[in-house]
Ligand binder design. Sequence first.
Ligand SMILES: *Cc1c(COP(=O)(O)O)cnc(C)c1O
Length: 426
Amino acid sequence: MSSLPANLLPDNATIAPDGRLKIAGVDAIELADRFGTPLFVYDEDHVRARCREAREAFPDGVAYASKAFLCKSMARLAHEEGMLLDVASGGEMYVARQAGVPADRLVLHGNNKSLVELRYAMREGIHRVVVDSFDELDRIAGLARDEGLPAPKILLRITPGVEAHTHEFVQTGQDDSKFGFGVRVGHAKAAIERARALEAEGALRLVGLHAHVGSQVFEVGSFEKVIEVLTPIFAPLGLEELCIGGGLGVAYVEGETSGSIREWGAAIRRACEAQGLRARITAEPGRSIVAAAALTLYRIGTIKEIPGVRTYVSVNGGMSDNPRPVLYGSGYETFLARSADAERTRTIRLVGKHCESGDLLVREGKVPADIAVGDVISTPVTGAYGYSLGSNYNKVPRPAVVFVRDGQVREVVRRETWDDLLRLDL
Ligand SMILES: *Cc1c(COP(=O)(O)O)cnc(C)c1O
């Protein structure tokens, strides 16, 4: 029985006296009419503000985790705002390079980087390679030795093995993980020794350690534990950089609140001081930079009321533009672009157009009572891991993406066409 919580809308969203949603001064329904739906709408100044906040919170260097949302305009924006870019594949690196981001502003991640990807990174002179395995150390050494490629600066990805109560953050920090070098099993120590030996041969330069403990972590205090666990490993090594990864959570639904990037940075700094840790502390936020900056606009195609059961509202997208509800059971809010502050008295299930019963966007969505076919309905906080996790399932073309700023709109990714769907067919 409540209207949409305003904290879930982008910074520069406003609601006109007639109830219509505007983003950075641009009417949402006009955007839907002009660019079609589904449509991802990013509040560009919101993204820029988060980038600046991240730079201030981590003055020693901070990378935007591009897997959250990447296109050329996004890569350029993060670069313009002084962020490094974390790329987790050759493809992400290629997009960033094509956007004009210099290789020495990129950090390469991945638990199974291929020779091709490592060669690309080393040849171009990447800022950092975050090394994830012994095999990767061998591959880098081989490329340096056999192909004479310049020695890359590396961080070793450490799996701290913390069992911090029941916290979500354990999820990628545990011993049982495909990522990184585990502390408890002795891999971290062995990797440091191996990296030092390769450094002596001139194959690489070990500049620091890295740990990424999970995603959608709400308690900024949880990151303090990482510093506590890593300090005794890091301190004796005399290395310059410790990267604490990304993972700061964001609010998706009513009642959720999250710490800010500023608070996250402050908590990390406090933890370092408490541990007497002296190093360049770097980070790699993705979700907290872009998630709340965008919302998705859909057009309602059908409304089916099953008496005594529920009401299904079908839109012209679904799991192909936002698979998070299907993958993780994630929740979202819903509201109508024509009456964004209306009381939402009706409960519906928002579903997509794909041939799966599981194709749902919002399990229990609230909408105004007068919802109708043809309405533009929106899910906020879809700026991270929506477009980037999307697919062409059912040959549904991928949506367009627009950036709005100061009353101006620019299309940064065009809508896929049916012809695009045939691009790869031979
Ligand atoms: C995904 C990822 C990030 C970003 O995580 P967010 O939750 O989006 O902040 C940072 N570093 C690494 C290594 C990652 O895998």
